[in-house]
Design a protein around this ligand. Structure first.
Ligand SMILES: [Cu+2]
Length: 145
């Protein structure tokens, strides 16, 4: 093997490895709702899209004691929230977390969430081989409009 061939071989291996590592969930339009002083609960919204079937199984934030995955639905005119064990993502189908629907609920906020500041979240996804991947995101805090 000459040196050039070996180097390009190594480069191809690296490219393959990094493309595997980047089979990750695309997280877009993420925002966290600003909270009033004293409010201990917040909500985060975003759009999730994965190239493969995965489940969002866990989330955490340094800004909150606990983060839960919730759904929201209207039953007889009453909004009901439900804690989900996991949120399934189908391949290449965007799943929107938005007010009135799925959201991440932040419990035990350590400080009020002020518009213009940012919150970090870690999202954990599990694929169909039970492989867990973590993704850290930085999310802007906004007033709902
Ligand atoms: Cu909720």
């Amino acid at each position: 093997m000459n040196v050039i061939f070996r180097n390009s071989f190594a480069a191809i291996i690296l490219m393959l490895l990094s493309s595997l590592a980047h089979a990750e969930v695309t997280i877009s339009d993420a925002w966290v709702r600003a909270t009033a002083p004293g409010q201990k609960v917040g909500a985060a919204y975003m759009t999730l899209q994965s190239p493969q079937a995965v489940k969002l199984v866990y989330a955490e934030s340094k800004s909150a004691d606990e983060v839960e995955i919730h759904s929201m639905s209207m039953t007889n005119g009453i909004m009901k929230m439900r804690k989900l064990e996991a949120l399934s993502l189908l391949p290449n189908k965007p799943e929107k977390l938005a007010p009135g629907g799925f959201h991440l609920m932040l419990f035990g906020l350590k400080a009020p969430l002020k518009a213009g500041e940012k919150v970090t979240l870690t999202l954990c996804f599990k694929d169909d081989k039970d492989q867990i991947t973590h993704q850290d995101i930085t999310v802007p805090i906004k007033e709902p409009n």
